[in-house]
Design a protein around this ligand. Structure first.
Ligand SMILES: CC(C)(COP(=O)(O)OP(=O)(O)OC[C@H]1O[C@@H](n2cnc3c(N)ncnc32)[C@H](O)[C@@H]1OP(=O)(O)O)[C@@H](O)C(=O)NCCC(=O)NCCS
Length: 193
């Protein structure tokens, strides 16, 4: 197994991982490229992001993505990433509820609260295919990221996790992340570095 910096040619694989690990729990269908536009694509392209992938015999099977400066990342996404996607995916055309949910995120992104970003300016996304889960890989990827960010002097890192993703909430808790605040659908968790 190899862990390496993500490259642009990893984009199809990381979009697929994002799509498949993020499928709606009620089994409803979703267009395969949509979720990656929100949670994956910018992190392989934007300045100041750090993206690593895990490669095994079957190919790219997981990733850990991080924006060191959440507000700068949000501003880059707003200026460079979302305008074209908004034009291609207008809000008011008929589509499945699962797709509409993501299109609404393209038009109105989830912005982390000031109270979170002040002390925990970096944020991360992690997803592993099932074949790579439960072997300590998530922990070791995040441990390595935390070492890098600590050396860079970044004071804290946060993430947003769906309230319905109890397994991931427990995972982050085991890694020392604590709940900071929550919205109707998301728990924000943070760890000081
Ligand atoms: C969540 C995820 C990143 C965890 O990575 P992982 O490699 O499976 O986790 P690890 O094996 O490194 O586990 C680390 C610790 O978390 C615990 N843990 C991991 N997944 C857990 C779960 N679903 N429920 C409870 N505890 C869990 C482990 O028991 C372990 O505890 P310990 O080391 O203190 O004994 C991975 O399972 C995944 O990608 N899941 C699907 C997508 C997802 O939910 N991503 C997060 C979106 S916010």
């Amino acid at each position: 197994m190899l862990i390496r910096a993500a490259r642009l040619d990893d984009l199809p694989a990381v979009y697929r991982i994002c799509h498949e690990t993020g499928l709606p729990q009620d089994g409803s269908a979703r267009s395969p490229e949509l979720l990656g536009h929100v949670y994956v694509g910018p992190y392989l392209v934007a300045p100041g992001a750090r993206a690593v992938v895990v490669v095994d015999d079957e190919g790219v099977g997981g990733y850990l993505l991080c924006a060191r400066d959440t507000r700068a990342h949000e501003a880059w996404v707003e200026q460079h990433w979302l305008p074209g996607l908004r034009a291609d995916h207008p809000l008011d055309i008929p589509r499945s509820p699962a797709d509409q949910e993501v299109v609404e995120l393209l038009h109105t992104p989830d912005i982390a609260p000031d109270s979170v970003v002040a002390d925990f300016p970096a944020h991360l996304h992690i997803d592993l295919f099932g074949r790579l889960q439960g072997q300590g890989l998530g922990r070791s990827l995040i441990d390595e990221l935390i070492t890098v960010l600590t050396e860079e002097g970044i004071p804290g890192i946060h993430l947003g996790v769906g309230l319905d993703n109890a397994g991931a909430i427990r995972f982050y808790g085991r890694l020392g992340f604590v709940e900071l605040t929550r919205s109707a659908s998301t728990v924000y968790m943070g760890r000081r570095l």
